[in-house]
Design a protein around this ligand. Sequence first.
Ligand code: M6R
Length: 613
Amino acid sequence: MCGIIGYLGNKKALPLLIDGLERLEYRGYDSAGIAVYCRGKIVSIKSVGRVNLLKEKIAARRGVDGVIGIAHTRWATHGKPSEKNAHPHCDCKKDIWVCHNGIIENYKELKDWLIKRGHKFRSETDTEVLPHLMEEFYDGNLENALVEALKRIRGAYAVVAISKNEPEKIVAAKNSSPLIIGVGEKEYIIASDVSAILSRTKKVIYLNDGEAVVMGAGGIKFLDLSKKKVSTNLSGRTQVLDWDLTSAQKSGYPHFMLKEIFEQPESIANSLRGRLITDDGLVKLGGLEAVKDQLSGIKRILISACGTAFYASLAGEYMIEEKAGIPVEVDLASEFRYRRPIIDKNTAFIVVSQSGETADSLAALREAKEKGALTLGIVNTVGSTIARETDAGVYNHAGPEIGVASTKAFTSQLSIFALIVLFLARQRQMSLAEGKNLALELEKIPEKIKQILKTAPQIKKIAAKYKNFKNFFFLGRKYNYPVALEGALKLKEISYVHAEGYGAGELKHGPIALIDKNFPSVFIATENSVYEKTISNIEEIKARGGPIIAITNIGNKKIARLVDDIIYVPKTIEMLEPILNVIPLQLLAYYIGTMKGHDVDKPRNLAKSVTVE
Ligand code: M6R
């Protein structure tokens, strides 16, 4: 949700800022802007819409050749997308320029106070109070001004600022929203995530909540905002990223989404790599070693997440209860802390998040921690806030997911749940034989996904046939119920087509009233313990004239008499079916979305990392 980048070094800042904005654009894309220090003044250029439009505007300007600057790509919260609301924002004198990600909750009262003191506002944003506050407290030192401003604001922020009067430095601070510093050769890059840093350096420092930083020619200085302590010690803080630039590029695919769908055999193999001890039916999860004994005594598990990660968690619930025999509850992170969850020391709390920065998920984690739960994370982004705040956890190792619609993160989350289930179940009731079988089946998943991906051309044809329908149901039972929910989410978010996911048994309790020849249903009907029941539900739809697409197992010929179109997937054990069955749904959504001419990597109104509650 909003992307920030700042550059300070010996190269021209502008092209690097633009390159960074293009990589960060998936975080928000309704407007963008830059501010670069150039020969005694700060030049700012802004544009509504995509970074491309900003680029065109910049191309018409000459001489913006400074070596220090900040830039921002926005997902609007306060104030509509417009040039005047685009960041960076400045103070009255246009000396101090600020980019911000997050929400300043008390901005209204601060703005009123600043207006009374004579400040003139140019935008409708909450952010603009920051440069004016900094102006108010500026005493010749930019970091002091930032610290004073931050003392007065409530809310979440990642903020970077530069000043005309101190052109040799960038100051920044973080609370809840991400900020990462790339340490290059005689240069610093500060950004919302590593994708904007990778082209310059793999050496990064993760800024902590409640910390500010000053970067300048003389080096880097950290300020602990609560303890008022200053540190210049980088040792132990610099990490070397193992993501490479190609993982954040399209590599010949027309969209990141398609690339990420096709990457799944590899991303799942990476999630599993080095973790399965197949002969013993065991799993080795380094991130859970320290809490292994505690986990053997856990009596209850709560899982919380948002969106796609929430659906992966629902599948995780079914897996853990069935295989490890531990009661599980799954909550939307945005609801969790408002329902007074009951937590004791025998409760483990799992938070699932690709970005590791989702504000609701983070708030749920903090609530669970506060109440004494053992907190675990299933997180893709190494060093993210959620990864750092959980007691223990398992990284996805799925590589950066750039497409706004989550694909490879979902199948990786399911795979990690399978590993955790093996871990917990073998501590409890699962036999060696069952453990071994689960491990063997997991190892076969990447190859089976490759088989499904080969059917992409058939799925594309089905997409062409159904692309003009206005409504869809996605239906599945048991493990495939969360898959139905995820299939519907994929279609609505990138095709803007109304789609609802239901447990297939639920339709007759109301929604079936909608069925007619113009309302297709996508059934996940693989041959498992609820197959017969699912077939009955298909019959119910067929009897009412609704078109049906079915996903079933290779070799199932009987289903053809009931449905209009079939997508075949290989067989696996029931618990792992969601990992395979979601792939055709991702492709179906992708093809319908692109056939409608949508930018599937950056669907309207959305942003990749939702860092506001
Ligand atoms: O980064 P997270 O996994 O915490 O994100 C949670 C949701 O915002 C995310 O899964 C969202 O629903 C997907 N982008 C949808 O495809």
